[in-house]
Design a protein around this ligand. Structure first.
Ligand SMILES: Cc1cc2nc3c(=O)[nH]c(=O)nc-3n(C[C@H](O)[C@H](O)[C@H](O)COP(=O)(O)OP(=O)(O)OC[C@H]3O[C@@H](n4cnc5c(N)ncnc54)[C@H](O)[C@@H]3O)c2cc1C
Length: 825
């Protein structure tokens, strides 16, 4: 009995050490002290000395004496790992090496250091950036007639093009010394948010030159000559860039591009010149139809060894001027009625000089690394920011419209079914805003957030699509009938575009977030892999030993933490925040431990096969993503001074995220192929089953109320979008009218009561109002108030109609000159 008591005490102390992540020697010492104290306390000398002896010989010495530990455990395991570790392709290695790890690494640790997150500086705009948003950006928004752009001319009008180029909208990432704006990522994001709230066509066009493309590639890898020539021209709009990677046979798998360039010599203008003959077939390229400078990715070959020994050089990037002989460019695709310039480009045996390679000849073959290194920065800004602009617009528009639109005698916002959709709109919008702010802030801190930007791109666009879907439903027919007064239809049509570009979401979710996250963010995996590949045997053993035992301690700690936090419902322990948010941090501690435990389990049990178990990997990626989203929301809440008024939004989005996390974890466990392991992990992760629930109806009602009436919370969500109540901005005008709409509701109720009582005989609305006034049901001021409102809201209730001829496509080709083409290479 005494032996059992001692062992139980040792186990409890061991669990405590694991929970608090004490070091191996500390745990050893704690175990020895426990055995002695409990043994002496029980006066059980014999079992005490036996246990102490066994512990010393079997555990303490082999684990704590380094040479012994390495000989007994690390060296044999290193040999096994060398044999079984799956080979990493060059492409995968480049992806793993690219980028940096920020707070997302902490989320993978099972014990996030919240102080790191909370000490990060609050994102701020400089006076110059703010002036740009209030000046040129506002002016540009005022110039936009989205119906004219999307329906009538399928392009930006020339004055808008001119303004965009002249004011540097294409040059937000270009340094001032080259004539650019040199904006922070936060400012860049705010500009895109504002533009996307008035026109998806405009924001898509502006996003591209500021994302992955010639400017960014030149800045990082260009030669001084290339920078000095091209960057000022890109900054002032003399050059319009595009970047061409995708082709018919290389979409998501961009490394498989079949486009090629052969190094050769050719006589040009009587001079012998070293260059490349390029053959390529690209499609979907944004800005290509109007581009003057084409960034091109291709496989480069040097069969005559004109550059060196290597024949197959690999993916290479070049900058090709539009007037290059043989470059076929100018035709357009038509992306879902969001007619930003996008099209194919082709060329066969197009000769370009060798100095068109970005960075020069010595950068041949470095193209994939260059692209992956750049991708994380742009991806964390462009698409999340555009999605944020859309969701801000959806909140401003739907919140107001649901109050303006009356059915069954009530604003439709009052119906519980609509309220449910409004709650999702408000909650997801809150999450998306925080998420895009976090990824832009990471770029401003100098990170290249490969994992965080994949999370931001994938989830901001996915949640954005859910918001737009709900916004469409709440608008009913008003959202469906296209025309100048429809501010939502184009957003709805275009929602799949950001889902698809820069790494289509299904692939990003299934492959990249967890695939990169697990290896990049895990504190030990990369170190283990590096040690296994280390050529110096002694160093390999040293490094592997440290990583292996670090990893084992990490795994045990996470199992204990997941279980203890599960059993206690994560209600205890130190956590930052205020009394309202402290419990949120504790919950995130719990799910961080669960993620770390399940990740190790999945990687340990499935090994290299995990790469093909995309459904498992996607769900683990979801847990990481929702942990990141929750952290971003908490950070924003702190940065904004813990605004009490926003708490329902935070609470709704937080509970929804945690519920989704739970379902993702459950999905992993339920579908885990090795069942006994799944049962064990289930006990550790869900000791009392799945206890998280989605946000309650009551909470949803509070969120809906916040976004359908003037409030500081609504203002916080719509802040930064284009809200000026101009003629071109129905949403701005609706937003401005909302206080009047809300103020008139009690009067409307009085009036409706009078109508329902049957004493009012008139049929026309305005006559009914006059009669109600005569009967004393409403006062004169109230009659005028309702008259004004009826007139002011009529434009939002009504939709456009057209003469049939207006809807016909402007140009009807006869068969002979029809140029509709299906390009077949
Ligand atoms: C409007 C628009 C603008 C664009 N602009 C540019 C540009 O300027 N420059 C440029 O080079 N490219 C551009 N693209 C290309 C864009 O990046 C690709 O469309 C994208 O990479 C996906 O390729 P794909 O469309 O061929 O889809 P596919 O590769 O055919 O994928 C089809 C589906 O399969 C999924 N999938 C593929 N592989 C996997 C996997 N391993 N695991 C799970 N799911 C997978 C994808 O997620 C997707 O859902 C643009 C595309 C569009 C539509």
């Amino acid at each position: 009995m005494n032996t059992i008591i001692i062992l139980v005490c040792v186990a409890i102390v061991g669990a405590g050490c694991a929970y608090f992540r004490l070091r191996l020697w500390q745990w050893t010492l704690a175990t020895v002290v426990t055995i002695l104290i409990v043994g002496f306390g029980l006066r059980a000398a014999t079992p005490m000395w036996v246990l102490l002896g066994l512990f010393a010989v079997l555990v303490a010495l082999p684990l704590n004496v380094t040479p012994l530990r390495r000989a007994l455990f690390s060296a044999p395991l290193l040999r096994v790992f060398r044999k079984v570790l799956p080979k990493i392709s060059e492409t995968e290695q480049v992806a793993l090496d690219a980028g940096t790890v920020g707070f997302e690494g902490e989320l993978f640790s099972g014990k996030p250091a919240w102080s790191q997150l909370l000490s990060e500086p609050k994102p701020r705009l400089t006076a110059e950036e703010q002036a740009f948003l209030d000046g040129p950006c506002e002016e540009l928004c005022a110039m936009i007639d989205d119906w004219h752009i999307t329906h009538e001319i399928a392009d930006l009008p020339p004055p808008v093009w001119d303004f965009v180029k002249r004011k540097g909208f294409f040059a937000m990432i270009i340094p001032k010394r080259y004539g650019g704006l040199e904006f922070s990522a936060t400012a860049h994001s705010m500009v895109l948010q504002k533009l996307s709230s008035i026109s998806a066509t405009l924001s898509s066009l502006v996003a591209v030159p500021n994302s992955l493309g010639p400017a960014e590639l030149l800045l990082r890898y260009g030669s001084d000559k290339q920078k000095d020539y091209y960057l000022p021209r890109l900054a002032d709009g003399r050059e319009v860039p595009c970047f061409a990677l995708t082709g018919p046979y290389a979409g998501s798998d961009a490394t498989s591009i079949p486009d090629y360039g052969i190094v050769c010599r050719q006589t040009v203008d009587g001079k012998d010149m070293l260059g490349i003959k390029l053959t390529f077939d690209k499609r979907y390229i944004t800005l290509a139809p109007v581009a003057t400078l084409v960034g091109l990715a291709f496989q480069m070959f040097d069969p005559d060894h004109l550059l060196g020994d290597k024949e197959n050089l690999g993916i290479t990037l070049a900058l090709i001027p539009r007037d290059t002989h043989g470059l076929e460019i100018g035709r357009r695709h038509f992306p879902l009625n969001i007619p930003f310039q996008n099209g194919p480009l082709h060329g066969k045996d197009v000769f370009v000089p060798i100095d068109t390679l970005i960075g020069g000849a010595h950068m041949a073959g470095q193209g994939w690394r260059m692209l992956v290194e750049c991708l994380s920065v742009g991806r964390g800004i462009s698409l999340p920011s555009n999605a944020t602009g859309f969701v801000r617009l959806a909140v401003a528009a739907t919140g107001a419209y649901a109050r303006i639109r009356k059915q069954f005698g009530l604003a439709v916002a009052r119906f519980e079914g609509v309220e449910e959709a409004l709650a999702r709109i408000g909650g997801y919008a809150y999450a998306v805003i925080a998420l895009s702010r976090a990824s832009a802030a990471a770029v401003d801190r100098g990170e290249k957030p490969a994992v965080a930007s994949a999370i931001a791109k994938c989830h901001a666009t996915d949640l954005g699509r859910e918001v737009i879907r709900d916004a469409m439903d709440v608008h009913g027919g008003k959202g469906i009938q296209l025309g100048p007064s429809n501010y939502l239809g184009r957003m709805w049509q275009g929602a799949p575009i950001p889902i698809t570009v820069e790494g289509a979401n299904i692939m990003t979710r299934s492959l990249m977030i967890f695939g990169q996250g697990a290896i990049r963010c895990h504190p030990w995996i990369l170190k283990e892999m590096q040690a296994v590949r280390e050529a110096d045997r002694a160093k390999a053993l040293r490094d592997f030993d440290t990583a292996l035992f670090g990893h084992m301690g990490f795994g045990i700690s996470n199992a204990v933490r997941a279980f203890v936090l599960g059993v206690t419902f994560a209600k205890f322990g130190a956590a930052p925040g205020d009394p309202y948010t402290r419990r949120y941090y504790r919950k995130l501690n719990r799910y961080s431990a669960c993620l770390a435990l399940l990740s190790d389990t999945a990687m340990g049990v499935l090994g290299g096969k995990l790469k093909f178990k995309e459904k498992i990997s996607a769900r683990l990626g979801d847990v990481l993503s929702y942990l990141y989203i929750c952290s971003a929301m908490l950070k924003r809440y702190e940065d904004e001074g813990r605004p009490e008024v926003e708490r329902p939004l935070l609470a709704w989005a937080f509970h929804e995220s945690v519920w989704r996390m739970q379902m993702a974890l459950d999905g992993v466990i339920r579908n885990f192929p090795v069942r006994p392991v799944a049962w064990l992990v289930h006990t550790l992760v869900f000791p009392f089953g799945r206890r998280e629930v989605p946000p309650s109806d009551r909470l949803g009602r509070r969120v809906a109320a916040l976004i359908t009436a003037p409030s500081a919370a609504r203002d916080a969500i719509v802040a930064g979008m284009y809200l000026t109540p101009n003629a071109n901005n129905p949403v701005g005008r609706m937003h401005a009218l909302l206080p009047d709409v809300v103020a008139a509701e009690p009067v409307e109720r009085k009036f409706l009561k009078a109508v329902k009582s049957g004493t009012i005989k008139a049929h026309d609305y305005f006559e009914q109002l006059a009669e109600a006034e005569r009967q004393g049901a409403i006062s004169e001021t109230e009659r005028k108030q309702l008259e004004h409102l009826r007139r002011a809201t009529a434009e939002f209730i009504n939709v456009d109609d057209f003469d049939p001829a207006e809807l016909r496509a402007a140009v009807v080709h006869d068969g002979a000159d029809t140029q509709r083409s299906l390009h077949v290479a």
